[in-house]
Design a protein around this ligand. Sequence first.
Ligand code: SF4
Length: 284
Amino acid sequence: MINKEAEIHVTTECPHNCVFCSVKKHPHPNPTINEIKKDIKLSKPFRKLILSGGEVLLRKDISEIIKFAKANQKYTLIETNLIFLNEKLLRKIIKVGLNELKISFHSHDKNSYEKITQSKNFEKLLKNMELLRKYRSKVKISTNTVITRYNYRSLYKTINFFEEKYPFIEEIRISYPRFYPIKGHKNYSKKHLVSLRKIKKAINKIGNNKKILFENIPLCIINDKRAENVNWDVWLIKQGKILTGLEGRYFPKKCSECKKREKCQGLHRYYSLYFNENFVKPFK
Ligand code: SF4
């Protein structure tokens, strides 16, 4: 058993155009059901399987994919913006064995959410959260909030909102975008991003008593207590190939002195094109 999560992208289509997302900027044809099934078989030794996209619920065969995943994998989750969910579909995917719905929920604030997703779908998201409230005992509900310039200041408010309004959310994740400098693409302009130094302050404001999982964030951005909660475990499976989580990462010089170097995956390979690395602080 590989103690990691395997991720498979089942579609590149999505009603949103999130400012941090690379999927629509690297367009490629959607995999066929047979290609997906082959990749699912490769995910068998992994601890969990994440089906993501694009928006996974746009696939008409999503129930068949989940059913096949469950037959080959112990734990299967989907990442979704929830916009296309309805009760019939929810019952169907629960029936075939889905373990977890991870919701892309980037802010509690309508304006910030719609700015990040470049959509007008905030109300639909809230409506479908109510549907999940009804089915909360049948499937695990988690969230992922990607940090951008539009939500980092109010990150602590978003976490409070989740806890107060949706106590059935079992896991809250905060992620830093995997950004790519694609020339001429307005989404990749620095104006949407925020430095890790500023994120450190935003995370400190959340308070230590909240149980949060972090992704793509170097350990020294988080205090000692929290550093155990960083998830670097996701490996991508694509067209028969397994890509480790370390691809596309780098370690600034100072990291050689860090006693947590083995547990950390450093910075995104393009981070230094956007911001300086002075925030890096090795654990002694
Ligand atoms: S100093 Fe480097 S290796 Fe250590 S936690 Fe920070 S980024 Fe990771």
